[in-house]
Design a protein around this ligand. Sequence first.
Ligand SMILES: [Zn+2]
Length: 196
Amino acid sequence: MQHRHLLPDEIDQLLDGESGVDVAPLLAHLEACPDCAQKLTDARLVCESIEQLQHFAPSPRFTASVMAQVQVVEPWHVALTNTAHRLVPASRRVRAVMFASGSLLAIGLSAGVVWLLTRPDMALYAAGLAAGRARRVLLDATGTVITDAFGQPALDALRSGSVSRVALGGALVLTAVGLANVSLRAAATSARRARE
Ligand SMILES: [Zn+2]
């Protein structure tokens, strides 16, 4: 007989009706120890009572109804990673095309910036030429409207060209934003197509 009381998992073994070499010393201990014998009797009683209870099963929609009330919070870095994964196309060919066009765009933009930096006079001349032409066309069309709405000083300010630089800057920013928007949309569309 072993010189210690039975452990909970040993009582479980006896409850499960296991047999074998390791069960024999447990049974021998039970013979000599009324405490452990009582524990086993109690455990057997609990098991039998549980067996007699009515068996309940959750309704088929139990999981859905619980999960409907659970707010699944997605950490920002997971959301960011998922978004990036969605944007990157699965197909290697589309990825290569995207990479190539992105590189071309970057090179083109860089070259344009370098050209603007090295030839500010040319850039200003071209911009001024375009702005002047656009201003003349616009003023011819809207001069009367502006005079009616804001008075002659507003028309004079527009004619003098001080406003045209601001307008040119605004137009450039709008064009850049539009281009970025279009290329992002194209990238997203090709990514979606690649996934389908
Ligand atoms: Zn014992």
